[in-house]
Write a protein that binds this ligand. Structure first.
Ligand SMILES: NC(=O)C1=CN([C@@H]2O[C@H](COP(=O)(O)OP(=O)(O)OC[C@H]3O[C@@H](n4cnc5c(N)ncnc54)[C@H](OP(=O)(O)O)[C@@H]3O)[C@@H](O)[C@H]2O)C=CC1
Ligand SMILES: O=C(O)C1=N[C@H](C(=O)O)C[C@H](O)C1
Length: 273
């Protein structure tokens, strides 16, 4: 470790992603764990963050004070909840630091607050931080542009573990946005997220979402282009949460020298068209 390492705070440190982030920071050159934050009243307050994450003792006790944690930090890695992320974005803006947001299920009002915070913070936000999914988004946009809406119906299918609280997943929405961009339409005007009962035939040009939940599935996503007599399927399978954590740490290191602003993983990975 060196004094020049980027000092990172993990918020939601006891969560599935929080623990994975702590382990990945430990093995990443140029980054170090500065603080670990959980909510007030959490049974993990005061416990060593490394031991909590199964990475051995690292001498960073979990705190419930994000203000103090952000004070001398360079960046925050945030996979928590929409309300918590909005609060952390305000604190990251005050501290003028990097805020990497992986939290999904955010409403438009939350997104507006992230944009406002990005006047002072360097925010990187994505529904999926993995290289594979972001490449899948680029391929989805290309396929949607190449396959005409008149003959090709687009459906996004996802499955996640039983603890997931939002639907469709952030990744499914990212892929839907990519498909809509390829088609030159706005996703919000063409998405169909629920089908139940006598729905009538499928509306041409719509983008459908189907959600499965169960077991310990980390993240399965497919984009189906269904034509007459043929189906093209683009898919991604997550085998380990470390793919998201590595992407988030890479995003923080990338954002450190950038100007304040709102960025996505496409900027980080150089995949922006
Ligand atoms: N973009 C991406 O690549 C990925 C995004 N995600 C998203 O990340 C989010 C978290 O997922 P996951 O790790 O599975 O969820 P978990 O529920 O396992 O973890 C969330 C953690 O955040 C904590 N938390 C909530 N509010 C606060 C707060 N105000 N202050 C401090 N800590 C807080 C929770 O504590 P408590 O339990 O006490 O509420 C919990 O420990 C979800 O939105 C998920 O969809 C997940 C994987 C990849
Ligand atoms: O909640 C999860 O677990 C995941 N959430 C993200 C999403 O909503 O797409 C990313 C990944 O699929 C895991």
């Amino acid at each position: 470790m060196s004094e020049h390492d980027m000092k990172l705070v993990v918020v939601g440190a006891a969560g599935r992603m929080g623990q994975t982030l702590i382990r990945i920071i430990q093995e990443t050159k140029g980054a170090k764990l500065h603080a670990a934050v959980e909510r007030e009243g959490s049974p993990f307050i005061g416990k060593d963050a490394g031991e909590l994450a199964g990475a051995g003792f690292i001498g960073v006790p979990v705190t419930a004070d994000p203000l103090e944690a952000f004070l001398h930090a360079d960046g925050v890695l945030d996979f928590t909840s929409p309300a918590a992320s909005v609060n952390f974005a305000g604190l990251a803006a005050q501290a003028r630091i990097v805020h990497v947001i992986g939290t999904t299920g955010c409403a438009q009002a939350d997104e507006d607050k992230f944009q406002a915070a990005a006047r002072h913070a360097r925010i990187v936000k994505s529904g999926n931080m993995s290289l594979g999914v972001n490449l899948l988004g680029v391929l989805t946009e290309q396929a949607a542009r190449a396959l005409p809406a008149a003959g090709w119906d687009i459906e996004v299918l996802e499955m996640h573990h039983k603890h997931k609280v939002d639907a469709p997943s952030g990744t499914a929405l990212l892929l839907g946005e990519a498909a809509a961009k390829g088609r030159g339409i706005a996703l919000k005007d063409h998405s169909v997220c629920v089908r139940d009962g006598h729905t009538g035939p499928r509306e041409a040009g719509s983008i459908g979402f189907a959600t499965l939940r169960g077991g310990s599935v980390i993240g399965e996503h497919s984009v189906l282009f269904a034509g007459e007599g043929e189906i093209v399927t683009l898919s991604h399978s997550a085998g380990d949460r470390s793919i998201f954590a590595r992407g988030a740490v890479a995003a923080a290191l990338w954002a450190h020298p950038q100007k304040p602003g709102f960025y996505t993983m496409l900027d980080v990975l150089g995949l922006n068209s």
